[in-house]
Design a protein around this ligand. Structure first.
Ligand code: SF4
Length: 250
């Protein structure tokens, strides 16, 4: 049986957020998520509920997708020249939705990649931090970009804050956090619900402006920088928003 992956999209661009901002990268977006930021009904209604103040900006992408044979996927990447980019230092960014929903399939994909290509690129995983990686998958991963969700996502605390997973990412040398903030109470929640209880070192954390458009991102960034200075945390912009506004897959 050929190995497959549930793929929403793949594209070549640059990493737009977090520690590796600006690095060229092949993005592999997998289908599905265990959260629905924007509220429990937001996938159906496309509006906010459950007290959410923002909505997942990729929801319309990761709810779609198809099961793709890994050999076909790698062949298309080869034709596009992306395998060459990966060989020459571009990162592979595995994102979603929540890509850790597909750990067994990812292990098979990365095993096949290594076998067919005789190399592995630097692999980043974008995760909401609710699922602990298996040992097998972890052995392939270079960096986790963990973006835990706050109250303002409209998700219940017991669904978005999973102790075991957050402890794993905090203790892993490969774990880095990026929190989306819009106001002072978001910053206080990050301190009280994440940094203090999980003892997350400040050098592992970046704050990012909670914005859905380029204009909102630019307007909020100076305030977020002030919060970063006050708390001794890093700042991350959202390069994709600044360059391409709301478009995904760029
Ligand atoms: S966890 Fe991420 S991908 Fe999933 S709904 Fe929330 S913002 Fe979207």
């Amino acid at each position: 049986m050929p190995h497959t992956l549930p793929v929403s999209e793949s594209f070549y661009s640059i990493q737009g957020e977090g520690k590796c901002t600006g690095v060229p990268a092949v993005f592999l977006r997998l289908k599905g998520c265990n959260l629905s930021c924007g509220g429990i009904n937001t996938i159906k209604t496309k509006s906010l509920d459950s007290g959410a103040t923002w909505r997942c900006d990729t929801i319309e992408v990761w709810t779609k997708g198809e099961t793709i044979n890994i050999v076909d996927l790698l062949e298309s990447w080869e034709q596009n020249g992306w395998l060459n980019h990966l060989k020459n230092g571009a990162h592979l960014v595995i994102t979603g939705g929540e890509p850790l929903l597909w750990q067994d399939k990812l292990v098979k994909f990365l095993n096949d990649f290594k076998q067919f290509q005789s190399f592995l690129p630097f692999i980043e995983v974008e995760t909401n931090g609710t699922i602990t990686p298996t040992k097998k998958l972890d052995s392939f991963i270079s960096q986790y970009n963990v973006s835990p969700k706050l109250k303002n996502s409209g998700m219940k605390k017991e669904d978005r804050l999973i102790n075991e997973a957050l402890t794993f990412f905090t203790e892993s040398q490969k774990g880095y956090y990026k929190f989306v903030v819009s106001n002072q109470s978001d910053c206080d929640e990050i301190t009280n619900s994440f940094i203090i209880p999980f003892k997350i070192p400040s050098q592992k954390i970046q704050l990012m402006p909670g914005a859905e458009t380029k204009d909102d991102c630019l307007a909020l960034s100076p305030q977020v920088v002030e919060w970063c200075k006050e708390k001794g945390l890093g700042f991350s912009s959202r390069l994709h928003l600044l360059l391409w506004d709301k478009k995904t897959g760029c």
